[in-house]
Ligand binder design. Structure first.
Ligand code: MN
Length: 723
């Protein structure tokens, strides 16, 4: 048991260390660390009035109680050294080695962040704590020891700061200690938190316990004597301890509506034996003598808790008819029950890497570790990560079982969907239904402690998007989202690839010819994509286009302009409906067309030509095609109310210049003129002949447009085209 003594001396720490550290070099480095930290903190005084050195000594003592390795002990002694920025990191590294340095540095970072106090740094600090679990959990052991001693001396700070520290401890550090199986630290932290968060409750429980202590101690002693007699008679070597329930656990029970009388009438004891089979023997002997209370037996030996805890639990009607909670475990199980993963320091193997050893044990033995690693990969912001861990991992949890009896730990509120995804993504993705305790359960069923869950899967099944609303854990939600992202991604990828191939066909280039290694590399670097999959995906989902991508290699013209011109040249020309726009003298209803050769527009002087069987064709007065006809000519004129735009074509002579087509198009931007097509008819030497077909509302607008074109730098002449 940890000695709650403010005046720990280095000798106390050393004596404890010598019980499990035999290496003289290691002990001597620890001694150096002590002297170094003592010198560095010389003259500093804590708010409690103690010399500062008292704090690192207590931290080291708490760590030594966990049988921490020498590096952790050194770092525990040195953990506040870097708070003073004048102290040299290099010196620390040089004197105590890289490992000790990085442990100290880890604790310092966490403490510095949380010291800032604003919400962002609090979240950043909490994230560091959580991520620290996955990197070198020894940083967290030191942090827990540091916090435990600070909580023991919390009376020295003001009450607002007390509550804040207590709340953070209860929110983050207590659940972490629980997940790591470090029940001893967890229990003491909980009691201390209660003392500062609900002092009235805390002290009333303490008082009630004190009042009844003598009587209760006598009852427990009597019962212990009875049990000893039985075990001795059966030659089972053992130790028995009366166990006081923690103040916090009493508070929790009262919180659930039990009266104090009921709770403290419950006595507790713990029996330690050498072997697992002796655990069951002891259980049998006790049940033979004292009647067990129904449904209270729990076999955590055969079914360990996900934090590795093992023990047999039973409640019996003991002497004087009083209820006794009895825990039976081996000494080895006890070490794990008290210190959890921290009991996995390896002193047996020489030269073994303690850090690797513990991280490995975490990976193998602690379920939450895998979940934490997954969340770490998925969540980006401090807030999202910390909140996900809080709700998925640190929240009050339930234990449910697979049909094979493996315990799965889930936050309270989880559904079969969460269970399936916690077992494996594949199980979740192919789930078709759930059977809970031998009955078909709906997917939104809220799992209860002890449920046995059997997930029915089908290889060809896929998840439903609706599950995102049903699932409780962030982990399941992320995995469902990932499933659909992957499907979408595959679709985009396929679509993008098809678009690139279509564009290559249009350019009449073969795929292999185009995608030489050099071209591919150039294209990817210009498009800022890591690989072709990413590029295809971006084309498929519309972030970019195949044309733009291919233009990085094969580009004759300015990309954007090419695209506009392409649109324009591809446009289909539809005839304008001219009903009522042209008035034919003396004739009411007759079919009227505008001639294609001279393309008259409103404002032009026009004449009608009576065709054979195709109504009246309207030409411009000066159209050469009308020169030698007269008997079929009929007088026509434009109706004043014409509002439609008419097609007409222009012939433009221009100097060869890269941007001339675009310059021409830019002059149509007022909206009066619409370009239907633009084509370079021929290119000879320095000049080109360009045909442009436009739609215009009237002659006035056309004249202005032609004038605008003539004023362009590279334009030589503009005239209306008569074919
Ligand atoms: Mn400290």
């Amino acid at each position: 048991m940890t000695k709650v003594n403010q005046n720990i001396r280095f000798e106390d720490v050393l004596n404890l260390l010598k019980t499990y550290i035999k290496n003289e070099e290691e002990l001597s480095l620890i001694h150096d660390a002590y002297l170094y930290t003592k010198e560095k903190h010389q003259g500093e005084v804590r708010l409690t009035g103690d010399d500062y050195i008292n704090h690192p000594l207590n931290v080291a003592y708490i760590l030594a109680n966990m049988q921490a390795d020498y590096q952790t002990i050194c770092a525990g002694l040195l953990h506040d050294i870097l708070e003073n920025r004048e102290n040299s990191k290099e010196e620390l590294k040089e004197k105590f080695g890289e490992d000790v340095y990085s442990l100290v540095e880890g604790v310092t970072t966490i403490n510095r962040l949380s010291f800032n106090g604003d919400n962002d740094s609090k979240l950043a600090s909490q994230r560091k704590i959580l991520v620290g679990l996955t990197e070198d959990v020894r940083v967290i052991f030191i942090k827990l020891a540091d916090r435990l001693h600070n909580m023991r001396t919390l009376w020295a700070i003001d009450s607002k700061a007390q509550r804040e520290k207590a709340k953070e401890t209860l929110d983050i550090l207590v659940p972490i200690a629980a997940r790591l199986g470090m029940n001893q630290i967890k229990g003491e932290l909980e009691d201390l938190c209660l003392r500062y968060l609900k002092p009235d409750v805390y002290f009333s429980i303490v008082e009630a316990l004190n009042e009844t202590k003598l009587e209760r101690d006598q009852t427990v002693e009597k019962m212990i004597a009875e049990v000893e007699k039985i075990l001795n008679a059966n030659h089972i070597p053992h130790k028995i301890k009366g166990r006081s329930k923690s103040i916090y656990s009493i508070y929790k029970k009262m919180d659930k509506g039990k009266s104090f009388r009921n709770i403290y009438d419950l006595f507790a004891m713990r029996i330690y034996v050498n072997t697992e089979s002796e655990c069951y023997q002891v259980l049998g002997l006790i049940h033979a003598k004292f009647k067990p209370m129904p449904k209270r037996f729990k076999d955590y030996v055969a079914n360990p808790k996900p934090n590795m805890y093992q023990s047999l639990h039973t409640t019996v009607f003991g002497i004087d008819g009083k209820l006794f909670e009895i825990q039976i475990r081996t000494y080895e199980m006890d070490a794990i029950a008290e210190n959890g993963i921290a009991s996995h320091w390896s002193y047996k193997e020489h030269g073994s890497n303690v850090k690797a050893n513990i991280q490995n044990a975490m990976e193998q033995k602690l379920q939450f570790f895998k979940t934490m690693m997954e969340l770490r990969k998925e969540e980006t912001s401090d807030e999202a990560f910390v909140n996900s861990v809080k709700s998925d991992i640190l929240k009050e949890s339930i234990y449910v079982f697979t049909p094979k009896g493996d315990a799965i730990e889930l936050p309270n509120g989880s559904t079969p969907i969460d269970f399936a995804y916690r077992v494996h993504s594949k199980v979740g993705d192919s789930m078709v239904g759930a059977i809970v305790n031998n009955q078909i359960a709906p997917l939104d069923y809220v799992l209860k402690d002890g449920d046995i869950v059997n997930i029915k899967t089908n290889k060809s099944a896929i998840p439903s998007k609706e599950w995102m609303n049903i699932a409780y854990t962030q982990q399941a939600k992320n995995k469902i989202k990932a499933f659909f992202n992957k499907i979408d991604k595959e679709e985009y990828l396929k679509k993008g690839e098809e678009e690139v191939k279509a564009e290559l066909r249009k350019r009449k280039v073969s795929f292999n010819e185009f995608f030489t290694p050099e071209n591919t590399e150039k294209m990817l670097s210009e498009m800022k994509c890591a690989n072709m999959e990413e590029l295809y995906t971006n084309i498929g989902n519309g972030k970019t286009t195949a044309t733009l991508a291919l233009n990085t290699i094969q580009n004759n013209n300015d990309t954007k302009e090419e695209l506009i011109l392409k649109k324009v040249t591809d446009r289909e020309i539809k005839p304008v409906v001219i009903k009522d726009d042209i008035i034919v003298e003396g004739i009411d209803s007759i079919k009227v067309n505008v001639a294609n050769c001279c393309q008259p527009i409103p404002g032009d002087n026009i004449v009608g030509y009576i065709t054979k069987g195709n109504g009246i064709s309207v030409h411009r007065m000066n159209c050469p095609n009308m020169d030698h006809v007269d008997e079929r000519v009929i007088s026509v004129h434009w109706n004043d109310t014409v509002s439609k735009k008419y097609h007409t074509s222009l012939l433009i002579e221009a100097e060869n210049s890269k941007n001339v087509l675009l310059d021409i198009i830019s002059k149509t931007s007022s909206g009066d003129i619409i370009v239907d097509s633009i084509n370079t008819l021929k290119r000879s030497g320095d000049t080109s002949l360009i045909e442009i077909t436009i739609r215009v509302p009237n002659l006035e607008k056309l004249k202005k447009f032609m004038h605008d074109l003539e004023s362009l730098k590279h334009i030589i002449s503009v005239e209306r085209l008569i074919k």
